[in-house]
Design a protein around this ligand. Sequence first.
Ligand code: ADP
Ligand code: MG
Length: 118
Amino acid sequence: SPYPIKLKGEVVQGFGRGSKELGIPTANLSEDAIKTLCVDVDTGIYFGWNPYYKNEKRSAEVHIIHKFPEDFYGAELRVIVLGYVRPEKDYSSLDINLDISVALNSLDRTSYNAYKYR
Ligand code: ADP
Ligand code: MG
């Protein structure tokens, strides 16, 4: 298993395609973060302690299941990717709410919980 996949990078400005308006902001990681991935990762939706996301040009976008009082562009984000949810496709907020429940249900299982504080 390629998991856990660790990703670390600066939160940069994305394309502002309105994910925030859908209530699902995705923190875009700098391209350097993707280049440091040492495994060949399929495009798609992943979950972990800080889930994952999509795009045209390959990008790493993270929707954190937590309400923040403000944006955090420029911050360093560390992510532990633990599993795959589904392949990439154009999304609706319905898909994403399903992805979120898949992520939460998976992360609730003991073996995934073990990574919470790493
Ligand atoms: P962009 O196109 O610049 O990525 P988004 O609409 O995807 O814009 O919003 C992402 C930004 O929202 C993040 O960079 C971050 O600063 C902020 N943000 C606030 N709450 C969250 C959250 N729970 N998960 C991810 N990003 C969040
Ligand atoms: Mg984004």
